[in-house]
Design a protein around this ligand. Structure first.
Ligand code: OGA
Ligand code: ZN
Ligand code: ZN
Length: 405
């Protein structure tokens, strides 16, 4: 254990950075100096990073500034002058940047791997942007092993990376016992409960509180658009699928968004800006929420779809003319979504588990006939945040090993 490392049980972290992460030094620092009012770091590969001094001061990793145990900030940044400057900047023998600050001589030491990982110049920001790949009916869903990923972090990482990038994955070999889905979900994070329970049984039943629990076909949809933030992930584990029918269908909602933008820009404008309402009603609950059918981020990229025809609530917040346009736009979107060019379809076998981004991928099923055999799926939800955290933790572990800790 290095002198700057803390070990709590089997978990370790370093005090060399203000986070709990590990940043292998892949490129060393050639020099660091004041440049105008900023601090300039020139890297051995020729790149240059500019840091605003206040920004660096706030990130000081010393245990006065960031708690030794939580690594959360202790400093009151309102006590630091905005115009703070570095009085001296030196590189030590390990290649770390040492700064003595103009206000009261506080000393900070910056890890080169951390500085590189957090640089924010144009070139660095560009390196972090990855283009989202969307898919159509030619997509082959990537498959992973539901037993292997329980034991092997590398396999888990491969699965989660695929889930994050394509939004839909298939696990094979998940034991066909009730509750197996929980073990898989807990490899990622905490299951998100809903009025349908922690784990829900998708089975045709007489007291159904959702169309999903009838045997009718389910049109392409997402679950719980009736929530302000619908669940980010959905898992469906097939335990029995003997009945005739009951095939699963999937469409990439972000691909649909891309195509509608190209083919019908005026429809795109409406479905991305008008709020549509949804209502999940039952004898003992009444959830309502609204949002655009396709939500865009500030760069115009789709980040969420909110599509479900069987729990749509009436639009009651628009002037009549706009209401007609909103309905026509939804009609167009739904017709387009149902064109064969978008849809991937297969019948799940016992032991299969689909995992998909519920706010990106639309899912459906064909009608099944309970008198021809039984059909039983078990499902659960998690949030996108859990996937993000799990991926970052697996990446942190890889970086820790690479850093030699
Ligand atoms: C659901 C659902 C699909 C299926 O439960 O929300 O969409 O194949 N089920 O039964
Ligand atoms: Zn400090
Ligand atoms: Zn569903």
């Amino acid at each position: 254990m290095g002198s700057h490392e803390v070990l709590t049980g089997s978990v370790s972290y370093t005090l060399e950075t203000p986070d709990m992460d590990f940043w292998p030094i892949e490129v060393s620092i050639a020099r660091a100096q004041n440049s105008d009012e900023d601090i300039e770091v020139v890297w051995a590969d020729g790149c240059t990073s500019i840091y605003y001094p206040f920004w660096l001061r706030e990130q000081c990793s010393c245990t006065d500034c960031h708690s030794e145990t939580t690594r959360e900030a202790l400093i009151d940044i309102t006590k630091i002058p905005l115009e703070i400057q570095a009085e001296s900047i030196t590189l030590d023998e390990q290649g770390y940047v040492n700064i003595c600050w103009s206000d009261g001589g506080h000393k900070s030491r910056y890890h080169p791997g951390w500085l590189r990982a957090n640089s924010y110049d144009d070139w660095a920001q560009k390196e972090r942007v990855s283009e989202l790949k969307t898919w159509d009916n030619s997509f082959s869903v990537l498959e992973f092993d539901g037993v292997r990923l329980l034991e092997c972090d590398d396999h888990l990482y491969e699965w989660l990376t695929a889930l994050d990038s394509s939004g839909l994955t298939l696990l094979k070999n998940v034991p066909t016992t009730k509750g197996s889905i929980r073990k898989i979900a807990e490899r990622i994070g905490i299951i998100r409960q809903s009025n349908f329970g922690t784990l829900f049984d998708v089975v045709s039943k007489p007291d159904a509180d959702s169309n999903a629990y009838l045997s009718i076909g389910l049109p392409l949809h997402m679950d719980l658009p009736s929530r302000e933030t619908p669940p980010g992930l959905q898992f469906l584990h097939c335990i029995v699928n003997e009945a005739k029918g009951g095939a699963s269908q999937f469409v990439d909602g972000f691909h649909l968004a891309k195509i509608i933008k190209q083919e019908a820009p005026e429809i795109f404008k409406i479905v991305t800006t008008v709020d549509y309402s949804f209502q999940n009603r039952s004898v003992d609950c009444d959830f309502r929420a609204s949002g655009p059918l396709i939500r865009l981020d500030k760069y115009g990229n789709p980040i969420e779809s909110r599509i479900n025809t069987f729990i749509a609530a009436p639009i009651i917040n628009l002037p009549h003319d706009m209401l007609k346009k909103a309905i026509a736009a939804k009609h167009y979107l739904l017709q387009t979504m149902n064109e064969p060019r978008f849809k991937v379809e297969f019948k799940m076998q016992p032991g299969d588990m689909v995992a998909f981004d519920n706010r990106r991928i639309l899912h459906g099923r064909s009608e099944f006939y309970p008198n021809t055999g039984s059909r039983f799926l078990e499902g659960c939800y998690l949030d996108r945040d859990d996937l993000g955290s799990a991926l970052r933790m697996l990446e942190r572990k890889k970086r820790r090993i690479k850093s030699g800790y």
